[in-house]
Design a protein around this ligand. Structure first.
Ligand code: ZN
Length: 490
């Protein structure tokens, strides 16, 4: 840990030297997904960003406790205090128990994270498993005078809080301006002002997920979940709180207010926010119809996709931008990422076969130094990648006998590649996506022919079993006009 790591802190709006509260221990909390649908590109970015942070802190020798939650209750539509719970709505539409929806999409999320080589967090708490902690926190907020009850629901009194503290300090907003620009929303009459947010919501008769409390049969508010779970596992004050920029206001702002009211402290020393991904310059959104799930990327099954892209291509594409920059998806950008990744991985393979010369014609230690400098400068992965490309150029030149490397320099380069590509960027070699091995191709053709015969004989059970069993071992089958295509999932 002789490295000086600088992290851009959203709170101070500048890069600060990273000094953990209790080194070598580091506590990091990241807002995880609300599991009511498949993960898309917008989920991949925070997951990969904070995976990079997690991996690098561990590489530096810190003992990191990384908590990333699963929101399984209380996240209402439009992120407001009105509207239906996102998971309950999905359950109603699919005629499922809400926890069936949660289980199904949590497993699919985990599968996608594995494909992207995102490490599991140390703890992955679910909001519904921490109702007691959330109720206790509401009581603490009551004690501070910042909560009030209305019609069985409990709200946070933002105006009162703001008289003593600054509600909006993370996003740099000022409450008076916010109040002037907010209209009264329907169903919000029970609040003292539209900015108050729910700590506890009384459940409507049709609302399935509910718990008894002294206020009403109800459920907790979304920001409260993160406050209670982070305090439970990391303490009232911890090192890093992360999430997407879209969560900064009001979700994270509310988390700060709750912790200050209940625990007399800002929850996190460093707040980190990854920027958003746009699609062809447009914001991503369900209503805009440009949502592309990770599964669709991997199978290529979406009208906006010219073809399938491997999970490592998606990971590399995301790491090619610094996490605080915007990142625009296009087929061209992904194709370029795929090419770049291929060049880097081929060079890494070549590196293993190079033999040393008596002396070096090029310097490799500077590549390692530059990679560390870039990571220490707020996790600047694109600069790391640029330096690795310089390494790849040297590798290819040495391979072509145009340059030479001493044994020592060769070892430095090997160590740099394995540390930065493998351990820190978390990139791994992928098999060719459609099996170059003739034997595998032949076998797959045989299996797909058997499935086709089953389908022609209207034996759909067998056809489905073949497809499902192939999926289980990581081979996805996609029906096409000509028959069927297959690809290996990583
Ligand atoms: Zn959160």
């Amino acid at each position: 840990m002789d490295h000086k790591l600088y992290i851009h802190n959203t709170l101070s709006r500048k890069k600060e030297l990273f000094e953990p509260l209790n080194a070598p221990h580091v506590g990091m909390y990241v807002c995880g997904p609300t599991v009511y649908g498949d993960a898309h590109l917008g989920h991949a970015r925070p997951a990969i960003t904070f995976d990079l942070v997690f991996r690098y802190l561990r590489h530096l020798g810190y003992k990191v406790r990384y908590v990333r939650n699963i929101t399984d209750v209380g996240h209402l539509e439009n992120d407001s205090d009105a509207g239906e719970d996102k998971i309950a709505k999905k359950a109603r539409l699919e005629q499922l128990e809400p926890m069936e929806v949660v289980q199904y999409f949590t497993e699919r999320y985990h599968h996608n994270m594995d494909q992207l080589n995102v490490l599991s967090p140390s703890i992955e708490p679910r909001a519904s498993g921490h109702i007691i902690e959330q109720m206790a926190m509401i009581e603490d907020i009551f004690d501070s005078g910042m909560a009030y009850e209305s019609e069985g629901s409990v709200y946070f009194d933002v105006e009162k809080y703001n008289k003593q503290y600054h509600y909006g300090k993370l996003s740099g907003r000022v409450l008076d301006d916010l109040m002037a620009n907010t209209r009264e929303l329907e169903g919000q009459e029970e609040k003292r002002n539209p900015f108050d947010f729910a700590l506890w919501k009384k459940a409507q008769p049709e609302h399935i997920m509910r718990w008894p409390s002294r206020w009403s049969q109800g459920f907790p508010g979304w920001p409260l979940e993160c406050s209670a779970m982070s305090a439970r596992y990391l303490g009232e004050r911890f090192d890093i709180h992360g999430g997407g920029m879209d969560l900064m206001f009001p979700h994270h702002e509310s988390e700060i207010a709750q912790s200050v009211a209940a625990n007399d402290t800002d929850p996190a020393k460093y707040w980190m926010h990854n920027n958003m991904i746009t699609i062809n310059g447009q914001k991503m959104g369900k209503s805009l119809g440009n949502f592309i799930t990770l599964n669709e990327f991997i199978t290529g099954d979406h009208k906006a996709l010219e073809r399938a892209y491997s999970p490592m291509t998606i990971r590399f594409f995301i790491l090619q931008a610094q996490y605080r920059s915007t990142l625009d998806f296009s087929n061209e950008a992904l194709l370029a990422a795929e090419k770049g990744l291929d060049r880097l991985m081929k060079a890494w393979t070549t590196l293993g076969k190079l033999s040393a010369s008596d002396k070096s014609s090029v310097d490799t230690a500077s590549i390692r130094t530059n990679c560390y400098d870039a990571m220490n400068d707020d996790f600047n992965s694109p600069i790391v990648i640029a330096n690795l490309f310089e390494g790849a150029r040297i590798i290819n030149s040495v391979n072509d006998k145009k340059e030479s490397l001493s044994n020592e320099d060769l070892q430095v380069l090997r160590e740099t590649f394995s540390t930065f590509i493998g351990d820190i960027l978390g990139l791994k070699q992928e098999e060719a996506s459609s099996g170059s091995d003739a034997t595998v191709d032949g076998l797959m053709q045989l299996i797909l022919d058997l499935r086709k015969n089953a389908k022609s004989a209207r034996d759909f059970a067998t056809a489905d079993k073949i497809r499902d069993d192939l999926t289980k071992i990581g081979i996805s089958v996609k029906d096409t006009k000509e028959g069927a295509d297959w690809s290996l999932n990583q």
